[in-house]
Every structure is written in C-alpha cells, then in structure tokens.
Design a binder for this molecule. Structure first.
Ligand code: 5GP
Length: 185
C-alpha cells in the first residue's frame, strides 16, 4: 500500500511529489553533468538565497571531488520597472569578483525566468567569461525569458506551486526533505 505523505500550511494541502531518494538522484545527475563540463575549469557557484541553499549544499558535495571550485551567495529581489529589463535589487550583494570567471548560478526553481534573466545580464556586464544556470526545478510552461532556460535541471514541473527542500510558503516549509506539490482542489 502506498501512503501519500501530505502537509498542511495555512489551510493549503501539499502532497509529496519528489521523495528524498528521487531528489538525490536528480542532484547526482546534475552534479555529474557539471563535473564533466567543468573538468578543466574553475567554476564559481553563485547560490541564490534563500531557496537554493538546500539544493546547493547537496550539489556542491555531489560534484567530483577533483573539481576545483568556489561558492558564494547572493540574495536578490527582482521586480518589474518601466524599463523592459526590469530591475534587480541586491539584498545580499555579490562578495566575489566575477571578471573572467566561469559562473554557475544555483537556483531552487526557474518560473518566469525574470530573476535569472536579470542576474545573467548583470554578471555578464561585470565581465564573467560564461554564465550557466543549475536549477533544481524548472517550469518550462511558465518561462517568459528564453535566455533564462536553465542549463542543468533536476526535474521539470508544470505550473503547480511546490514547497520543501528549500522552497517556502510564506517563509515556512523550507526544512522538508521532500518536495511537495499543492493539491488540486
Ligand atoms: P522567476 O523569477 O523565475 O519568475 O521566479 C523564481 C523565484 O520564484 C524562485 O526562486 C522562487 O523563489 C519563486 N517561485 C517560483 N515558483 C515557485 C514555487 O512553485 N514554489 C515556491 N516556493 N517558490 C516559487
């Protein structure tokens, strides 16, 4: 008998969708791909807080131990401005020089792609040699910015809202070891 794990947050029910084992397999596949692609390089992982901290912690420990890499953190808030490019506000600014670096942005989920679209433009303007994106989840149907399509994806998902494994509902549920999908009513 399969017992579906579910949680309730602020009156909304979420059902387990990706188990810890499935997540571990996804992370390993992304890590192996990155290890191959960056074998002779020295990438800088830029982790987008808050949501990506759990994925990032697993990812950097799953890449090949010989991969010579650095890791740093930023926190951004993107919003629509009058300009078509929108505006990116740094809540935790970038501490590291990215000039001539091969950067891998680590995200929890790419939805419309606005955050990644703006962040990529920003990092390129700072002189990064290359900017790629590793995201635990990707909602292809919601993507509005072609250049924000992640290069490395753990799992694709349709439009549903998800929580757990770093992803929150109003700040809560980040600590869940699985990823839960909003139950359709
Ligand atoms: P984007 O800029 O791609 O539209 O949005 C990306 C951000 O929106 C993610 O980093 C995440 O914070 C939030 N987000 C998008 N979809 C979901 C979701 O299904 N669940 C949660 N918890 N956050 C989401």
């Amino acid at each position: 008998m399969i017992i579906m794990r579910s949680i309730t947050e602020q009156g909304h029910t979420f059902e387990e969708w990706l188990t810890p084992d499935m997540i571990a397999r996804d992370v390993k596949q992304v890590a192996d791909h990155i290890s191959r692609d960056y074998k002779d390089k020295e990438p800088l992982f830029i982790v987008v807080l808050n949501g990506a901290f759990v994925f990032a912690a697993d990812l950097i420990r799953a890449v090949d131990k010989d991969l010579h890499c650095e890791i740093t953190f930023i926190r951004v808030s993107s919003y629509w401005g009058m300009a078509t490019t929108g505006k990116l506000e740094f809540i935790v600014p970038l501490q590291q020089t990215v000039t001539d670096r091969d950067v891998i942005i680590v995200e929890d989920i790419v939805d419309s792609g606005l955050t990644i679209h703006q962040l990529k433009a920003h990092l390129r303007a700072l002189g990064a040699s290359s900017v790629k994106v590793a995201s635990m989840l990707f909602k292809p149907e919601k993507l509005e910015y072609d250049d924000a399509k992640p290069d490395y994806v753990g799992h694709e998902i349709t439009g549903e809202f998800v929580v757990g494994y770093g992803l929150d509902f109003d700040g809560f549920e980040r600590n869940l070891d699985a990823i839960y999908k909003a139950k359709k009513s």
